[in-house]
Design a protein around this ligand. Structure first.
Ligand code: HEM
Length: 508
């Protein structure tokens, strides 16, 4: 009898423990946001969330208002969708709302990299040093050289410039931006190793092309990896791809290169000095490759796509590009030197800046995540207060909360290249909601402690692509429609669900 009783009590305890872990007992406490656990224990709403994050968040907002907590795969996530309250959240102390711990776990899961305690601090220090100011000028120059190598290497040898090349715009943009960005950050093959400068350029082209093709494969798996939803065969393929990148970006190989950017070099060196194993720093290199290349190509695609779809926008940008080149004393001449686009020239383009910001407004779909490190109160701009629990997450989804908010951005789904321009041609930063100024009116680069440190370089890269396209090529869409791929909500800049055919040729 005693034995049976012990077994029964043990069973009951495990059952209650299991149900507890499944979140069955969690109830909304006074002062907490509305709680929606969904019908499936533990999983909660995760399937609907993954199917279409935007639709799910909009449905929950309609049901519960702009602050609500949902259960997603065992985690409790509080969504805050009031744009006027983003400021207090972004500025909340790291002791309460933390990005670093959350990001560290994700990076470990996606890239196999286990960081050190001051990893984030080092990232901030070296990004400030090398992705801004003089460091940015050097990188922009490197990008120019590499873009010229990839886009214009045939310019002299082209027998017949009038032949159109048919291509697909997403692949075309992603390919060029990935390869030029990769070479600018991770360095070039040396002429000494190849016997001549021409051959080293050729090797750069071939090697970066091969790496891009593997990168695309990895990139496709990312959403499923983040949700721990890979099939066994996909898991094997991801392992193979990781090995490819760790090997291709290993310091052993990089030491043989020229022009490695200071950003990459210092990020490696500081860890090397502290005794981190090279097998681990090789993994960090892939984290940096992914962070720097995963968004820039897709964002360049959308910018080109919108400009091509909107002739008035393209004409305004073209006029600006021609003016800036002329003012620099350069011109595009058959057989003459290639135009050298400097950082200073790229700082004189308010129209292109506005078009770029507008394109990002319509296509960047990040979730900004913060882990709740201690029980705390979220204070909203209108005086409301909500209690959130330690161990939960607080998340903002700026795409629907801000970027497509019809009061902040009237006619929000339309591309208006001058949306971020004042009538006098200067940058517009005044946007309002309910009569109040909205500080975070567009958030493609994130905000606060996790704001993208590469944003200045990324903007320069994209502008360089537009300059070169407009100066050297004629190009036109063959089909003007595409949709976004819903699976990538929450993972940075969106991608199209099908590519867009276009054609291009060198200008006469
Ligand atoms: C259009 C291009 C780009 C977009 C839209 C973009 C956007 C973002 C966003 C939204 C985040 C924050 C993610 C979060 O809060 O979870 C981020 C982080 C980051 N980005 Fe970018 N990015 C771009 C290009 C770049 C480039 C070119 C670099 C490097 C040269 C870069 C380096 C990074 C790094 C290292 C982080 C992590 C920051 C941290 O942990 O605090 N990004 N990016």
């Amino acid at each position: 009898m005693g034995l049976l009783l012990s077994i029964f009590i043990g069973f009951l305890a495990s059952l209650i423990g299991g149900l507890y872990l499944l979140g069955v007992f969690r109830r909304r406490q006074p002062g907490e946001p509305p709680l929606d656990k969904g019908l499936i224990p533990w999983l909660g709403h995760v399937l609907e969330f993954r199917r279409n994050t935007l639709k799910f968040i909009e449905r929950m907002k309609q049901k519960h208002g702009d602050v609500f907590t949902v259960q997603l795969g065992g985690s409790y996530i509080t969504f805050l969708q009031d744009p006027l309250s983003f400021g207090p959240l972004v500025k909340e102390s790291k002791e309460k709302l933390d990005f670093v711990e959350y990001a560290g776990d994700l990076v470990h899961r996606l890239f196999g990299y286990k960081g050190e305690e001051d990893d984030h601090h080092n990232l901030v220090v070296y990004s400030n040093k090398h992705l801004k100011g003089d460091g940015l000028k050097v990188l922009t120059q490197a990008m120019m050289t590499n873009l010229q190598n990839l886009m214009l290497h045939r310019i002299d040898g082209a027998a017949d410039n009038s032949t159109w090349t048919e291509d697909e715009l997403f692949m075309y943009s992603y390919n060029i931006m990935f390869r030029a960005g990769y070479l600018s950050l991770f360095g070039n093959t040396t002429p000494e190793s190849e016997g001549s400068e021409e051959r080293s350029k050729e090797k750069d082209r071939a090697e970066s092309e091969a790496l891009f093709s593997e990168f695309l494969k990895y990139d496709k798996f990312v959403p499923n990896m983040a949700y721990r939803a890979l099939t066994p065969s996909q898991t094997l393929e991801v392992k193979r791809l990781l090995e490819v990148f760790w090997n291709a970006l290993s310091m052993q190989k990089m030491r043989l290169k020229d022009n490695i950017s200071r950003w990459i070099w210092d990020m490696w060196q500081i860890r090397n000095e502290r005794g981190m194993k090279e097998s681990m720093t090789d993994r960090l290199m892939f984290v940096l490759l992914f962070a720097s290349q995963g968004n820039t190509g897709p964002a360049s695609f959308w910018l080109l796509f919108f400009l091509m779809k909107h002739p008035e926008a393209m004409a305004a940008v073209k006029e600006e590009v021609d003016r800036v080149v002329k003012e620099s004393g350069q011109e595009v001449r058959r057989g003459g030197p290639l135009v050298d686009l400097t950082h200073e020239m790229l700082m004189k383009t308010p129209i292109l800046d506005s078009a770029l910001e507008e394109s990002l407004r319509l296509t960047s779909g990040n979730l900004l995540n913060r882990a709740v490190l201690q029980d705390m109160t979220l204070k909203l701009a209108d005086g409301r207060e909500y209690f959130v629990r330690k161990g939960d997450m607080v998340v903002m989804f700026p795409y629907s909360a801000v970027q497509l908010h019809p009061e902040i951005h009237p006619d929000p789904c339309s591309f208006k290249y001058d949306r971020f321009l004042n009538p006098d041609g200067s940058k517009k930063t005044d946007f309002y909601m309910q009569g109040k100024k909205v500080k975070y009116y567009n958030m493609p680069w994130g905000a606060g402690s996790s704001m993208c440190p590469g944003r200045f370089f990324a903007a320069n890269e994209m502008k360089q692509l537009i300059f070169l396209m407009l100066l050297y090529f004629e190009f036109e869409l063959k089909n003007e429609s595409t949709e976004v791929n819903f699976k990538r909500w929450g993972f940075g800049v969106l991608q199209p669900d099908r590519d867009v055919p276009f054609r291009y040729r060198l200008r006469d």
